[in-house]
Design a protein. Sequence first.
Length: 383
Amino acid sequence: MTAKGLLRVLVCGLVLIPVTSASSVCAQNENDPEAKTSSEKEKAALHDAAENLKAKLGTKSDRLSKAAKPFLTAAENPTDISELKRTTDDLQTTLDDLSKDANFDSIQRVPATKRAIAASLAYQEAVKKAPPPPPAKSPSTTDLPLASNWTALILPVAAAVAAAGLIVLAIFGILRMRRGYWARFDHHVNGIVKAHTKELMQRQDELAKQFVALGNQHRSGSARLESIEGELQALGRRARAMSDGRGYQGDSGRNSDNDSSRPQPPPVEPEFPASVNEYLNKMKRNSTVVKPDFQNGILVSDLDGRGELVLIRDMRLADDAQPLFLVPRVGQFQTKQEFHSYYERYYDCHRPSAGDVWIIDPAVVSTVPGGWELREKGVLEVR
């Protein structure tokens, strides 16, 4: 039901209430004529019976006369029904007691007393059946002019309309406050959720940055470990080369009697890591361009000088008396694929890409019939 419908119901109810009340009052004020006439008759009969009893009693002052005096007083003006009933009961009790006395003179007074008691009881019964007496007459809607009657009806209606209006306003106010409360509550909850979401996103970003930093550290550590490994391999090869040189020099000493006029030069000691361009320029006179012979699985000399690899060896020494290094012929990679196409079989490279090529640890080959074959892979780095 809408607020307008509720207001209409309230107004109609408040208008009907005064009208119904007025009609009920009018109905109550219209006493039953028959009941009113019966009550008046019983009152008159009581009055006559009381006068008759008073005359019969005369001036005697015996026990019956003393009990009848309060009764006669109550019967003169019987508005107090309770007093009339009490005196009637006392008179009946006294009469019953005196009737038992043989010396009691009951010829004239007893019948009059009984008639008075019967009239009192009849009056009391008539009063019980009759409607209550109307209140003191005051100006009512029937006695006042028409304008006063309308005023008496309009004032309650106006008060009821005002009360209904206040109730409707209170209902609308409560509904509006509830909507505003829930709106503020939703806004507050949304703010809390957004703040927590933003904080979680910031933490995720920080964690992602930390993971990236850890990945970079890991890659740096891996690269450093590879560099150290290459340096250790280079040191090992240098130690082996020096050992081979000392053995070669010992053999030359033992054979000095046969060929004392030809002193042997010391072997060339490489220095790594080194740039390919610098290393080739330094070792240019000891370099030989080679190419892979895929049919036999070995490396052979490239007479045309177009091979992708260079063999570093000192022509003045025997191959088994020196380390044989195999290095790239180019000092710079143009693409990542260049490494995979030509050098991946002989070298390892952590991050192949375009850039300058550095030798961390050279590849080592050994002499075989018809050429050379790979003995140890080397390590390259692109910078």
